[in-house]
Design a protein around this ligand. Structure first.
Ligand code: G3P
Length: 218
């Protein structure tokens, strides 16, 4: 299971990277806007800043929704840094663009995926990653983890090389469920990753070790 952090916040990316378990970063236009980053030049500088923090794949999303625009933007994003993965929405022109990028050796992340059918098209087009949005399905009383399971089963059965990058992760429990579902990657908020560390028996056990040591060595 690879861990990506789902943020454009450099401080959180640095903190997650310092934990020693970070494998990459995903961003999207909303996460970039949340950091107040505006203008093409500033966005591209920010992507390079992220690439200089984390030695792993960094997803940068195109804004264009037409094929020609996606191609132009995607090639410019890919040229910023070898670790840039071009993020493309799962729409008709996006699937077409993913096919084009595959032919050019540009890695892609097909995003805003909510069904097995969308995931099938992304894999057939040659996407490097597919991003099923777990939390947003849960938000409407659907089952986001079940979608991850179905995609993993489909990709395994047909031997697709596209990696399942579970996104819209809202909790530590989502991460555990994605592990059980066989996702290749979970892209998470820092809090969800840090939550994996927490267990009361670890804390109480360590306290006892130290107290016993102190009692004898005081
Ligand atoms: O990478 C996709 C992710 O940022 C979406 O998360 O919480 O907005 O559904 P959320």
């Amino acid at each position: 299971m690879k861990f990506f952090i789902d943020t454009a916040n450099l401080e959180q990316i640095k903190e997650a990277n310092d934990m020693g378990v970070l494998d990459g970063v995903t961003t999207n236009p909303s996460l970039m806007a949340k950091e107040g980053i505006k203008g093409e030049a500033n966005c591209r500088k920010h992507y390079v800043d992220i690439c200089n923090i984390v030695d792993g794949d960094v997803s940068a999303e195109v804004i264009a929704t037409d094929y020609r625009g996606m191609i132009r933007e995607g090639e410019e994003l890919a040229a910023l840094h070898p670790n840039i993965v071009v993020k493309v929405p799962c729409i008709a022109d996006g699937i077409k663009a993913i096919k084009y990028f595959k032919g050019k050796g540009i890695r892609t992340n097909c995003t805003l995926v909510f069904s097995p059918g969308q995931a099938l098209l992304a894999a057939k087009a040659g996407a490097t990653y597919v991003s099923p949005f777990v939390g947003r399905l849960d938000d409407i009383s659907s089952d986001g983890i079940e979608l991850v399971e179905k995609i993993v089963d489909m990709y395994t059965y047909y031997d697709f090389k596209t990696q399942v990058l579970a996104a819209s992760i809202r909790s530590t429990q989502h991460i555990i469920q994605c592990i059980e579902a066989g996702a290749d990657v979970a892209t998470c908020p820092l809090s969800a990753i840090k939550g994996l560390l927490k267990h009361p028996l670890t804390d109480s056990g360590l306290a006892t070790f130290l107290a016993d040591h102190e009692r004898v060595n005081a």
